[in-house]
Design a protein around this ligand. Sequence first.
Ligand SMILES: Nc1ncnc2c1ncn2[C@@H]1O[C@H](COP(=O)(O)OP(=O)(O)OP(=O)(O)O)[C@@H](O)[C@H]1O
Length: 301
Amino acid sequence: MRGIRLEGVVAGYRARPVIGPIDAGLGPGVHVLLGRNGTGKTTLMRVLAGILPPLAGRVLLDGTDLAAHHEAKRAIGLLTHRAALSPQLSVRDNLEFWARVQGLDRARRPARIREAAGRFDIEGLLDRRTARLSRGQLQRADLARLTLTDPHVLLLDEPMTGLDPVSAEHTRALVRSWGTHKTVLCSTHSVPEAMTLASRLLILKGGALTELPVATAPERTGTPSAYDLRTSRGGGAWERAEPGQDTTIGEHIAGLVARGVEVTDVRPVCARTGDTTQAGAETAARTTAETAIHELLDDSS
Ligand SMILES: Nc1ncnc2c1ncn2[C@@H]1O[C@H](COP(=O)(O)OP(=O)(O)OP(=O)(O)O)[C@@H](O)[C@H]1O
């Protein structure tokens, strides 16, 4: 399958398992990961990124074993609480370093750094030492790092932490648009956040990964008949996409991206089947899903 597959993965530290064994597949979409503190969400992200070798089992990226093919890890972008930026270097030097590590050729680096910095509004911070950034500025610089290249798997450990409302909304939009054609695993402690982002909800508890029953997952509450996209070619204006029978919205967006058009937000447009009745059904489904999430997270259940 395209994306990531875990086969009997057990992970932990100094031979002490924290999670697993886990068997799961993550394809294109936004997979939101919820779990109490210390349940192993970061550990799972690190093992999926190939920086923490599993104690048992295998992690496959597009069918390739990560442990045996280190270069495959370049297709994965990881964002964790500890920003992957050196405090001693300027933001620009950090981005330059990561662009080189990611194999971006020298001539293309300055433009990519400018684009990434523009995307997260940190152009004015490029020459500041990373140690001097605020929590949210550091998070934005680390998000910019992720977008220097075009990884097709994104592992985002609490990406909205520390972001102001404008930056958080911008990041949410980006995550949603990535989810249409990339594999995104995103952890959060906010249930409402999970509900707005997820095409699939995963709960990590007692070392096991549980999927929220499909009937209560939020994307089942309405069938989009079209999608509104905000793209770079529209100068920020929305354009409507109505994928045909042979094209999914993911394929449509992947086609735009391949032609150099950046898609910065995606909003599903639901068929106007029934206004308030539909809205009522959506609210009910959301309440059911939120209750199910709390039950799954509750230690006493
Ligand atoms: N480097 C490490 N060495 C040893 N144990 C660790 C290490 N990192 C994490 N742990 C332990 O592994 C367990 C899972 O930690 P992890 O950071 O993966 O949890 P989490 O679900 O991401 O937590 P939070 O929601 O608080 O961020 C915890 O018991 C933690 O103490």
